[in-house]
Ligand binder design. Structure first.
Ligand code: NAP
Length: 255
């Protein structure tokens, strides 16, 4: 029997084959989970369709996390198709382009609000309506980055969003623990994705990992997928409110 047989998982935020959400989808599927993938824009629809076609039986659902009605529609569909849910994966981030160039001190109020709404608040927005579908408990996980705790050039307001996201993980873990719903984050090292392309100097970040991380290489998205399997499975039943680093050990190095 595979580790996730009978597990039903929704992965929020798959844009293309490079997405971390897709690496997670492949790993959860390999272990027997049934999947729903969400995407936001028509721009990526055909690419997401190609991915969904590779895993027959996968639901493909369109939703913008800034719109509560669209979030509700995703769970309405999941309820009618599956009746319940075991795993929620949050793999979503966005900051306006102009906020990722120049100095952090120039962050605009509007840019701050948009970034925090999509990249952090959305974890609350997609978890609250999932709870009633998890009567036996479940696992919620979000993708974060070490810029939540340290300064990375150009990461700017996204660093603040990741700090908020990790704090939200702890508060949700506290709220939902009594219902046996665990909430954690995976802090991945740099991976070349669509979102990463929007971070100026991203290739320099990635290079730093190969030079300084104890494992001497940059992060493979499949490693994040395997950690997501652990968090979705009973193997992590005692783990909640935590941030698990999948960054080849970069976060422990001082110099
Ligand atoms: P990605 O493939 O571009 O995924 C980001 C996803 O966020 C896309 O599917 C995007 O959808 C979605 N999104 C943006 N605004 C949205 C909205 N309003 N409503 C719904 N979805 C929205 O990039 P990724 O690197 O895999 O990012 C996934 C997560 O991993 C993010 O939280 C990111 O911060 C985190 N992470 C990434 C790295 C890295 O180095 N890549 C490292 C650590 C953590 P559309 O494209 O359709 O707008």
């Amino acid at each position: 029997m595979a580790l996730l047989d009978g597990n039903h998982a929704v992965i929020w935020g798959v844009a293309n084959r490079a997405s971390i959400g897709w690496a997670i989808a492949q790993a959860l599927h390999r272990e027997g989970a049934t999947l729903a993938l969400t995407y936001e824009s028509d721009r990526v629809e055909s690419r997401v369709q190609e991915l969904v076609d590779q895993i027959p039986g996968t639901l493909m659902l369109k939703a913008d996390v800034q719109k509560d009605g669209e979030i509700e529609s995703v769970y309405d569909r999941i309820k009618s198709e599956w009746g319940h849910l075991d795993t929620v994966v949050h793999s979503i981030a966005y900051a306006p382009k102009e906020e990722m160039v120049g100095a952090f001190i120039d962050t605009s109020r509007q840019g701050f609000n948009t970034t925090l709404d999509i990249s952090a608040y959305s974890l609350i927005g997609i978890t609250r309506p999932a709870v009633s579908l998890m009567p036996e408990g479940g696992s919620v996980m979000a993708m974060t980055y070490i810029a939540s705790r340290r300064v990375f050039p150009s990461y700017n307001v996204m660093g603040i969003a990741k700090s908020a996201l990790e704090s939200i993980v702890r508060y949700l873990a506290s709220d939902l623990g009594p219902q046996n719903i665990r909430v954690n984050a995976i802090s991945a090292g740099p991976i070349s994705t669509l979102a990463a392309k929007g971070v100026p100097g991203f290739t320099r970040f990635k290079q730093a990992y190969t030079e300084r991380a104890p494992l001497g290489r940059s992060t493979d998205p499949a490693e994040v997928g395997d950690t997501a399997v652990y968090l979705a499975s009973h193997l992590s039943r005692g783990v909640t409110g935590d941030v698990l680093y999948v960054d080849e050990g970069y976060h422990v190095v001082g110099f």
